[in-house]
Design a protein around this ligand. Structure first.
Ligand code: F6P
Ligand code: MG
Length: 450
């Protein structure tokens, strides 16, 4: 497979000043709106009739501090060191900011600037008396999940059918059927990532329904620009006799995507592919919709509600099954501060050696979503034909980590496209980098560390 070879250290990370980039668009158009959303949300919470007076009084100061971040973003002010909020990580943030040097909101490394924005919001809450554990994005996460009602009900019914198929497929002669189920479930988890609060929320039902047949799977596979599903399947088949097969999923978004992830986890257990699943959540509200620990129970609360999901026929069978996986410890959740740092995952071995070791010992590590992909590839402007392994740098082959990315393309980085002619064809089909940015294309990229 031809590839452009580059030293990871030499690859330029995308900055928010880069013309035509998603980075620039995000810094100019989305960040201030996201902050405004947090101001409105806190206002709405604090203005409820029965709200505590002291908390309400403190909300005013929080809103003022948030407005100041918004103003600084709009006026392209310099990024300044974060003030102490009693948490240990502040020093690391400020060290990294100092290493970048002079930079401003519209002229900074995108990855750092965006992470810094979410940490700045949390800094204000951490420094408060009453709002430390408040999730400024919960309202948004909940309302979006409820809008995916049709897709959730449809998937619940499809999953119960898949469970039946999986049992049927245990017979050795049904290898092909087993593989098709794996492809289908993997793609459901993949396209679940398209629904991070905005992009493809309405398209998903049709897409997901269409995933049911072989022909339809092939149709959606067209938009997977680096597709290593066959390699993953070969790896899983070859190693199926290992006694411990723990799969780690580094989660992305709450709500619909998380629902597809839990279904995927259940499938991996039901099909005997995995012996246990560990789900990695974030420590505090992050990139609007990322899963934090409280989103796990919130998922079940929503699924249990016949007001949110009136079609109970299949959900009624599915929910107890899913809950049992959590109660028995077959599915567990964990979290680590590393996931909410600005570091790319190239820094994982040095900055979070214990997490790195755990991932090295994992049977398979699945990274969901766009931000995880950006961090895996240092948010670098790699030639698109660079191999995934090369872009992983220290997490590549020698790391021993078996890494699978399920990511719809929503930023500026995309590697692993097999040939330059394929890149050219994509540029023609979706000009101006749309295939890297618009969330309608995706990657299923696998690297088997050894
Ligand atoms: O729209 C851009 C963006 O906010 C990126 O900053 C980020 O990489 C992505 O969306 C979040 O997507 P995901 O939830 O898939 O990580
Ligand atoms: Mg996300």
């Amino acid at each position: 497979m031809p590839s452009a070879t580059m030293n990871p250290q030499e690859v330029r990370a995308v900055w928010t000043s880069e013309e035509g980039s998603m980075a620039k668009q995000t810094a100019e158009n989305r960040w201030a709106k996201i902050i405004q959303g947090t101001i409105d949300d806190i206002g709405e919470t604090a203005n409820a009739d029965d709200f505590d007076d002291q908390k309400r009084a403190e909300s005013i100061a929080i809103q003022i501090a948030l407005k100041d971040i918004k103003r600084r973003i709009e006026q392209n002010k310099p990024l300044t060191p974060l003030q102490d909020d009693g948490k240990l990580d502040i020093q690391e943030w400020n060290k990294q900011l100092a290493a970048i040097g002079q930079c401003s909101w519209r002229n900074c490394p995108w990855l750092f600037g965006e992470c810094y924005m979410y940490r700045s919001i949390q800094r204000i809450l951490n420094a408060s008396k009453y709002w430390q554990n408040y999730d400024v994005f919960k309202r948004q996460k909940d309302s979006t999940f409820v809008k995916s009602r049709a897709a959730v009900e449809e998937l619940a019914s499809r999953y119960m059918q898949i469970v039946a198929d999986t049992r049927f497929a245990q017979d050795e002669s049904k290898e092909e059927a087993k593989k098709l189920l794996f492809v289908e479930m993997t793609e459901i988890a993949l396209w679940g990532n398209a629904t991070d609060l905005s992009l493809l929320a309405n398209l998903s039902l049709e897409d997901l329904q269409n995933l049911q047949g072989r022909e339809a799977i092939q149709k959606s596979q067209r938009n997977i620009v680096d597709n290593d599903t066959d390699d993953v399947w070969t790896y899983l088949q070859r190693t199926a006799s290992q006694a411990s097969r723990q799969i780690d999923i580094i989660l992305d978004n709450a709500g619909f995507e998380f629902f597809t992830d839990v279904l995927y986890a259940a499938y991996l257990l039901d099909a005997g592919i995995s012996t246990s699943i560990r789900l990695h959540t974030k420590d505090f509200p992050w990139f609007v919709s990322d899963v934090i620990s409280t989103d796990v129970e919130s998922l079940f609360e929503h699924l249990d509600s016949s007001e949110c999901f009136p079609g109970r026929l299949y959900l009624g069978q599915l929910i107890p099954k899913l809950r049992k996986f959590f109660q028995s410890g077959a599915i567990t959740t964990t979290s680590d501060p590393f996931w909410t740092t600005p570091f790319s995952f190239h820094e994982l071995p040095s900055k979070a050696p214990a997490v790195f070791k755990e991932l090295q010992n994992s049977y398979l590590v699945i990274f969901k979503g766009d931000l995880n992909y950006r961090k895996l590839t240092r948010d670098g402007l790699w030639p698109h034909t660079t191999t995934y392994e090369e872009a992983l740098g220290p997490l590549g082959k020698q790391s021993g980590v078996k890494i699978l990315s399920l990511r719809t393309n929503k930023s500026d980085v995309c590697v692993g496209v097999p040939t330059q002619s394929k890149v050219d064809a994509l540029n023609e089909e979706a000009p101006g980098g749309a295939w890297i940015q618009n969330g309608k294309y995706a990657v299923v990229s696998f690297n088997e560390g050894q």
